[in-house]
Design a protein around this ligand. Structure first.
Ligand code: BGC
Length: 841
């Protein structure tokens, strides 16, 4: 038996992490049961530890730069040791010799500046040993050593609230250094720090002066450390080729320019000590070649066939001064013309995002790739007199380097395409921060992240990404305990501030750590976030009985008022289909007692479970009591005419059923009423933003055939209507490009894809049910003849497949080594499984 898939805190051989006692994690190959493990590092030998756990905490203190190579071997069920496997992690630095530097110009908040170009020339004796570059910025940086890009990361240092947290990266640059004179150059752009953020492209959101901090270290032949660090001796100019760079608007490039570095950097300050993200970096991924189209209006458009978030490269021959103007969009309009309307916010002053590249050629070969912007696009409008072939252009998908862990396939081709579209929208919306869309807002919306977290945890090794996002949330938690609606905050218009705390959105601060605990067995995320979660829970508890000034009367009597949260502005269910509930702006400025009260119950129940895991019985009791109190409030609410369960709005029935908010009579009534509502709506989806991922669970509880009837419906609104209409990503509005003018929305919003968790957890029935243990309860039905899910869980690869054979089904289940599972078949038979594959009919 051997250890495979070695990870340190979920990360594969990470460089520059700053955990105090990182958890070393592995999976098992060969054999059925791990009975013991041994880990050996230069400073620690665990000896043979009798345990089936597939992780261990590194117990030693770590010092800066320390590289720990860890070897592990396992003993199997017959106490036979296997081969050694090896991995490493390396700690970053906590003390910097480098000083923050900035360009030698006077900041004018209203003016955009060209990209800064810094340079440091230094010499390296022969032969230089291990070399590292530690680097970060307030802004975005791209570093080159002797002309070669350092590392394969994009949009570094990533997105945080730079006023609270700055992430640095560590690169192994040993191979890029050579004996003699070396040149380190760094370009510095505005990025999220100073460039446009959010729906309206607000600027200067984290500061006005971009800055750089870099420290290159290499070992002399005698082993002593040499340091090249940013200071006022670094050369600077802003005359390089990138004249303008903005994440959302794009780049203006004059390729014939070469920076002169004829000035010097200025010293500056930033009062935040850089830390490691301890997360996966953003990197380049899939590439696409286009088809060239001439539109009815005679425009040249490149169609890359897949809606992505990323950028583009090209390689063409041109004459000095020739121009290539590119605009990026998701859509051709009804007339077949390129458009950006569906992704832009526009008023008299501003249109955002522009998503364009304005490139002026150098003489001869022009090799271009975007450095400091990312776009959501499938189509590129090309305006140029430079001769080119479509294959001169390449689209490159750019997203956080999340390790893929989930695959699904079934006999329904449309569902398979829906699944793939969800995977794409997930990739396109994980760019250091989980975003709503890669175009219009690009905000770290808590609600979107919250409803998608379980799906993300099936599809990807999501834990380190979630951990980073939880830091973003906590960084801007209000003094009251209230969590923000968006994190990091850049780009949030002041008028939106009262939405912080919005039910179902801000609860992400608790619901996401719970997903990470339950999916990855990660108790540490609960321990580390508990205090902050507790403050949020108390804040929410305090909203019970507190009436917001614009609160609408609810019709409940005084005695029940204290049990209802009718406080704060919130989004409510938001985005129900217009024929179910027409959108009204007033929905945003008033509290939503139903959603708010429901989510108090839901939140408190999660807090109760968390407190139990962390062995805090008194806290658990308080949460329990608060949940019960709010539940009584909810029951009182739905007894009123205004909030009656006698409704065709599916969300109002799904929510209380899923969250178990009702008494017995109400529950029975709501179940029947939901079926009536569905019947009246032709078994199409009428839920809103928050309830859409929940409805199949609720229906399956009554009868799995109800769930399949809804899932398989190809009409609008419905999940399968999107792939049926050709979607390659998940749309914000059900009708997507076929919506009436103005209502198209983004075509790359993963939120409606959150139903994918149901395909894993219910349809194929794979659930993590504790350490090294699964419950596998497949639920076949509908018109499906087969369905299969594979999930590379934190405990190893688990698979569940079912096939219809006439009137019966055949189930094939694979349990990873060192794990057990309880197989629950639809007819009620259960079976305890050990590692291996079994087939049952
Ligand atoms: C975003 C959503 C977000 C919502 C808040 C929208 O504009 O795109 O996905 O959660 O606002 O209701």
């Amino acid at each position: 038996m051997n250890a495979i898939c070695l990870r340190t805190e979920y990360l594969k051989n990470p460089l520059g992490v700053d955990f105090k006692h990182p958890r070393l994690m592995w999976n098992v190959e060969g054999g059925t049961k791990q009975t013991a493990w041994q880990i050996v590092t230069p400073r620690w030998d665990s000896g043979k530890v009798q345990s089936s756990a597939m992780w261990a905490e590194y117990p030693k203190g770590l010092h800066d730069r320390e590289r720990v190579t860890w070897k592990i071997r396992l003993w199997d069920e017959s106490d036979t040791p296997g081969e050694w496997s090896e991995a490493f992690f390396e700690r970053g630095i906590s003390v910097w010799a480098a000083k923050w530097i900035t360009g030698a110009y006077t900041v004018n908040k209203k003016q955009r500046c060209p990209v800064d170009c810094f340079r440091k020339v230094f010499s390296v004796p022969q032969p230089a040993g291990k070399a590292r570059l530690y680097i970060t910025a307030c802004g975005l940086y791209e570093a080159r050593l002797n002309g070669k890009k350092v590392g394969g990361y994009a949009l570094t240092p990533g997105h945080t609230d730079y006023r609270k947290r700055v992430q640095y990266q560590t690169y192994d640059v040993t191979e890029l250094l050579h004996p003699g004179e070396n040149e380190l150059t760094v370009q510095l752009a505005d990025g999220w720090y100073r460039g446009s953020c959010g729906a309206w492209g607000l600027k200067n959101q984290y500061g006005t002066e971009t800055k750089l901090l870099a420290q290159l270290e290499f070992a002399d032949p005698d082993g002593s450390r040499q340091t090249v660090a940013t200071d006022e001796t670094w050369q600077w100019s802003c005359d390089g080729p990138i004249r303008f760079a903005d994440n959302k608007d794009g780049e203006i490039v004059e390729a014939f320019r070469t920076p002169m570095y004829n000035g010097f950097a200025k010293l500056t300050k930033h009062n935040v000590r850089p830390t490691c993200s301890n997360n996966v970096p953003v990197t380049e991924h899939e590439t696409f070649k286009p088809k060239q189209i001439t539109t009815p209006g005679g425009k040249t458009v490149l169609d890359f066939g897949q809606n992505i978030a990323g950028y583009l490269s090209f390689c063409v021959d041109a004459k000095l001064g020739q121009r290539i103007f590119l605009r990026f969009g998701e859509l051709l309009d009804r007339d077949g013309e390129f458009t950006q309307k569906n992704i832009q916010c526009s008023n008299k002053k501003i249109t955002t995002p522009l998503q364009q590249v304005d490139y002026t050629c150098a003489e001869g070969r022009n090799d271009y790739k975007t450095t400091f912007a990312v776009f959501g696009f499938q189509y590129v409008l090309v305006e140029t007199d430079v001769p080119f072939r479509p294959e001169d252009f390449t689209a490159i998908a750019v997203y956080s380097d999340l390790e893929r862990t989930g695959w699904f396939e079934s006999s329904n081709e449309l569902l398979n395409r829906f699944f793939e579209a969800t995977v794409w929208s997930a990739k396109n919306n994980h760019l250091d921060v989980p975003t709503d869309c890669p175009t219009r807002e690009r905000h770290g919306w808590t609600g979107d992240a919250q409803i998608f977290a379980r799906t993300a945890s099936y599809l990807f090794r999501f834990a380190p990404f979630a951990r980073k996002y939880e830091n973003d949330l906590r960084d801007i938690q209000h003094k009251t305990g209230c969590y923000p609606q968006i994190a990091p905050k850049g780009g949030v218009d002041p008028y939106m501030n009262p939405m912080d705390g919005s039910a179902g959105w801000s609860d992400a601060g608790v619901l996401i750590p719970w997903v990470i605990y339950s999916q990855y067995g990660d108790r540490r995320i609960l321990e580390e976030t508990y205090e902050s979660m507790r403050r949020y829970a108390l804040y929410k508890r305090g909203t019970l009985g507190k009436w917001y000034p614009t609160a609408q009367p609810t019709g409940v009597g005084l005695s029940d008022r204290k049990n209802i949260s009718n406080y704060g502005q919130s989004y409510g269910e938001w985005a129900e289909p217009a024929d179910v509930k027409p959108f009204a702006v007033s929905d945003f400025v008033s509290p939503h007692p139903e959603e708010s009260t429901a989510y108090v119950v839901y939140l408190m129940r999660h807090m109760e479970q968390i407190a139990r895991v962390l062995d805090k019985p008194a806290d658990a009791a308080l949460y329990h009591e608060t949940a019960e109190q709010a539940r009584r409030g909810y029951q009182a609410l739905v007894r009123t005419k205004k909030f009656s369960l006698d409704t065709d709005r599916q969300a109002k029935l799904v929510r209380p059923l899923y969250m178990e908010l009702l008494d017995e009579t109400q529950t029975e009534y709501a179940k029947q009423r939901l079926l009536t509502a569905l019947e009246r709506y032709g078994w199409r989806l009428g839920t809103g933003f928050l309830s859409t991922p929940l409805i199949l669970y609720v229906l399956a509880e009554q009868d799995i055939e109800y769930a399949y009837r809804l899932l398989e419906n190809e009409e609008v609104p419905g999940w399968l209507s999107m792939p049926k209409a050709g979607a390659t990503t998940i749309w914000e509005a059900w009708e997507g490009p076929n919506s009436k003018e103005g209502g198209i929305g983004s075509l790359n919003h993963y939120s409606k894809g959150a139903v994918v968790e149901w395909l894993f957890a219910a349809m194929c029935g794979i659930r993590v049910a504790g350490e090294n243990h699964f419950v596998i309860a497949p639920k076949p039905g509908g018109h499906f003849t087969h369905a299969a899910a594979r999930y590379l869980s934190v405990y190893g690869l688990v698979e569940s497949r079912w096939e219809r054979q006439g009137e019966t089904y055949r189930f094939t289940v694979t349990v990873p080594p060192n794990c057990t599972a309880e197989l629950r078949l639809p007819d009620g038979r259960t079976r305890h499984l050990g590692a291996g594959t079994v087939t049952r009919s």
